[in-house]
Ligand binder design. Structure first.
Ligand code: ATP
Ligand code: MG
Length: 511
């Protein structure tokens, strides 16, 4: 990529730019001479595969990490931030891909942490609560400011993360995967907020692996590939195909469900299961479902339909108020999570940060944690076998990492998600439950995950795949169950249309 003319920042177009920015983490080159402009009062969208360097570039612009070399220009002047506070004081804020909230604090305290509204005598908590309430109203989310963040579902936590960035009234707002856990309605509200911010002159950088969704809000598209900026164009000149081609190359296809073999016996039987939430309401309301060996069943539903609660209860994380879970005919309703994993029932959870990974451990330890039994010889674990299995897992799920010894925190968000999937596959399950597994993973990795699932299904693995992306069901499932308000509202074969599935979930069809 040739260097942009020096005067580019004076044409009124770019409010902030990266000039020839490189970033190394030890010997890993995350960014290589990147030139990037944030367009004033518009939405600049950054596309790229997992590990392409998107978050790294954003962290540099937001003062969280310094570049190894290159320049950051703000309002025509070079700047060098030594902290995110400094960047924030210049009007730049960031919504992080990995939520950075304190779970045991209230929504209000999370939003104003480190920026408390002071009076002569202390903190003006009432004013903070009032502003929090106003932000929640703007985001059309019914959350009390005093609710503890740990009591919110993942999507609501993401809303709080967004609210915190909005509360700063920045003129440059960076959104790194802000919608990965949001429902379709929540995304619509966020887009309304983004349009409103634009009309007030706020410049936005938007990152997402939901390509269709991102296109709706994009004014300028930029593609990063392996740390290099490989393409950029205004919205009027691009379409979905342009993005995919520039991200991963030509002839790309998410594939279709595996065919040409017979399903085996019933592997998992969910029998009249009820899960009750604290309020007493049934989030899972007398659900029954059977999955045969080799069969891939997709559960589609909106956020809050009860999918996560169902899968967690089946995996042994939540309590059953009624009903039974049978694994190959054996009642496992009373078994612990570990016992169920040992018997062949594994869950890839929705919230990888909270449930899926141990952030203080290496990639290798995280991969082998759930299948530790496989490495135990007598009473000693075998480091040799553990290393072999870790290397195989890294290869199988195409994790981009320096190796099994790397810290899990050094992986890009999407690659962390792949580690969770690899970890559960390494337990050699008979039944695999996947709760929104493609959240935050790029289209190439998604195809890779589908291929892995298909291959295992052929060998007899029974799969339940939960998603809020209709397209995924059609690419992966033999049977599609639509769930709404804790119940099955419809069931389809693989030949159903997107519109039919969405209509059955109670969703309005937007194209
Ligand atoms: N703190 C770190 N230490 C070591 N390597 C890092 C660190 N942060 C990022 N990297 C590496 O830099 C590269 C770019 O990562 P980055 O998080 O920017 O990717 P990304 O485009 O945001 O991907 P994703 O879509 O998965 O979020 C990856 O190879 C990643 O492993
Ligand atoms: Mg990222």
């Amino acid at each position: 990529m040739s260097a942009l003319p020096k005067a580019a920042h004076t044409d009124g177009e770019a409010v902030m730019s990266a000039r020839n920015v490189a970033k190394f983490f030890g010997s890993v080159r995350a960014l290589n001479g990147v030139n990037f402009d944030i367009h004033r009062g518009q939405v600049t969208t950054l596309f790229g595969e997992n590990g392409a360097g998107k978050s790294t570039l954003m962290k540099i612009l937001a003062g969280i990490q310094p570049p190894t070399s290159g320049e950051i220009i703000l309002d025509g002047e070079p700047v060098r931030f030594s902290s995110s506070t400094e960047a924030r004081n210049r009007g730049i804020s960031i919504i992080h891909q990995e939520l950075s909230l304190a779970p045991n604090l209230s929504v209000r305290d999370n939003i104003f942490m480190g920026r408390e509204i002071r009076t002569a005598t202390g903190v003006n908590f009432a004013e903070e609560a009032r502003l929090t309430k106003a932000l929640m109203e703007e985001l059309e989310e019914d959350i009390d400011p005093m609710t503890l963040v740990e009591d919110l579902r993942l999507g609501q936590q993401q809303i709080v993360e967004i609210a915190r960035a909005l509360s700063v009234n920045s003129r440059i707002l960076i959104m790194d995967e802000p919608t990965s856990a949001l429902s379709a309605t929540e995304v619509e509200v966020l887009f309304k907020v983004i349009r409103d911010l634009k009309s007030r002159g706020v410049s936005i950088v938007y990152i997402s692996h939901h390509l269709e969704e991102a296109l709706q809000i994009t004014d300028h598209a930029v593609v990063l590939r392996d740390g290099n900026m490989t393409a950029k164009a205004p919205r009027s000149e691009i379409d979905l195909e342009w993005i995919v081609r520039n991200m991963v190359g030509d002839n790309f296809d998410l594939g279709s469900p595996p065919t040409g073999y017979e399903f085996g016996d019933v592997a998992l039987s969910i029998d009249d299961v009820v899960v009750t939430e604290a309020s007493g309401a049934n989030v899972v309301d007398h659900m029954s479902l059977q999955v045969r060996a080799g069969e891939i069943v997709c559960i589609y539903g909106l956020m809050g339909a009860g999918r996560t609660e169902l899968l967690e209860a089946v995996a042994g994380r939540g309590e059953l108020m009624n009903g039974k879970v049978l694994l190959e005919g054996e009642d496992v309703s009373g078994a612990t999570i570990a016992e169920r994993i040992a018997k062949g029932l594994s869950l890839v959870p929705e919230d990888r940060q909270r449930d899926g990974l141990v952030q203080t451990m290496t990639v290798g330890k995280n991969l082998s944690l759930a299948s530790i039994g496989a490495f135990v010889k007598g009473c000693f674990t075998s480091p040799q076998r553990e290393r072999e299995l870790v290397d195989e897992s890294i290869r199988r799920v195409t994790v981009k990492t320096a190796g099994g010894g790397a810290a899990i925190g050094s992986l890009s968000g999407g690659n962390q998600q792949k580690v969770v999937i690899g970890k559960m596959l390494a337990t050699n399950p008979k039944v695999l439950l996947l709760d929104e597994p493609s959240r935050g993973i790029d289209i190439g990795a998604k195809a890779e995950v589908f291929r892995l699932i298909a291959e295992r299904a052929r060998q007899g693995l029974a799969v339940i795949y939960s998603t809020s992306e209709v397209g995924e069901c059609l690419s992966v499932a033999h049977r599609i169950i639509v769930m709404a308000r804790g119940k099955i509202s419809a069931e389809f074969g693989p030949d159903v249309s997107k519109e039919q599935i969405m209509a059955a979930s109670g969703e309005s069809v937007v194209e």
